[in-house]
Design a protein around this ligand. Sequence first.
Ligand code: UDX
Ligand code: UDX
Length: 435
Amino acid sequence: MKVVVVGAGYVGLVTGICLAEFGHDVTMVDANPARVESLKSGQCPIYEPGLTELLHRNLETGRLHVAQKTELVVANSDVIFLAVSTPASGSGQADLTYIQQATQDIISGLALSNRHHTVVIKSTVPVGTGASIQSQFDAAGLNPQVVVVSNPEFLREGSAVQDCLNPDRIVIGAAHPDHAATLKALYHPYVARDIRIMVVSQYAAEHIKYAANAFLALKISFINELGHLCEKTHTDVQEVATGIGLDHRINPYFLNVGPGFGGSCFPKDVAALQAVGQAYDVPMALLDAVLLVNTRQKQHVVSLVRRAAPVPAPRVAVLGLAFKGNTDDMRDAPALDIVPALVADGCTVVAFDPVAQSNASGVLPKSIHYAASVAEAVTDADLVLILTEWNAFYDLDWAVLKGLVRHPVVVDTRRVVDPVLAQSAGFRYIGIGRG
Ligand code: UDX
Ligand code: UDX
């Protein structure tokens, strides 16, 4: 099939490249000319494990193309994906400006087309958006030629390629079940592998996306708040998490204590669902609590550092800046709140992140120093603070680090350090969520 994906970001790029891998003819469109050029030359503009290899392979086979203008490429397509960003506006509501612009571009591009097109909303949009976009195509005289369906993404950055190739489920929201037929045909490898494809109403599909992210965020805030209590009661919250997670009604996933959730989705999607609740006069009290606990968790990290600091104005080595491991994404990363708060407290911050440093340097205070390695970051440090669970941080040699730091203190917000190893090397160990 001929596919156009509008928006070559974390979601659009992974989706488009995986569809080319399935054998489809895919054109990626992005309004950013630098991104278009970089993709054409085989350079992946984001860090996502496994994606560069697939990009090269599909450019070489000629199944993947890159363009800058939506209106010039859509007429020849069967399926058009909308994967532009839907950032939070000031009030938390999803900002649909880019979706609206892309819709207008598609309408212009289809002026002379007489074939059938399925427009798929991949971007996360509030309930009712799909219906509103369908009515814009209808008003432009494109009914029944264009049908709009919703198909939310559930890709986790850092494992997005795997998630795209092996999804738990596919959700298709359609005004009529027949509208889902083209997308099911496009997704033939999922059908062949018996991956569950749910066809639901468009409204349900839009709600499923927000509800899934809000529920996962709720689990994290729950365990983070419980972790705070566990610290006071000298209990290890991860033992509690394992104990409750073995109950299959609860399951063990998304019960890892941390510095607070971040990323391009959870904070914005919880706020957007709150805004939908407000619009329909249904206050979402649980969601208020999810965000409040998340804000407190970041403040809690700062107070853990404050209490553990061996000197009044410590030099803090921050290991990890990205919002999670295996990504260069700094959007809503806990580091964006924690690091400036440490600087305001009088700390000198030296940071190391294996891939997010260049993105981080644009959004963190200018006074931060960046190191080229863990060893350089911890040299002369009074305290080591771990903020991201990069694989390399799981097996740090604490005996070697002991020889480099000024004071051996580590605050581990990701629970990647073996406390026995760190303590036997002479470190004072503070693990979030444990006594
Ligand atoms: C996606 C979604 O689509 C968003 O709704 C969801 O909640 C999170 O995931 P993401 O892929 O992370 O967003 O966004 P981003 O990495 O910012 O990519 C968006 C891309 O669209 C960028 O490359 C941007 O240049 C491009 N874009 C944006 C356009 O091509 N046209 C526009 O009008 C706006
Ligand atoms: C999320 C959704 O999981 C995915 O389905 C899609 O909708 C996009 O948004 P992503 O934001 O890429 O994916 O990463 P995710 O693994 O969900 O982590 C989000 C945040 O929660 C990160 O800051 C992560 O560190 C944090 N987290 C996750 C925890 O603190 N504890 C956990 O147990 C799991």
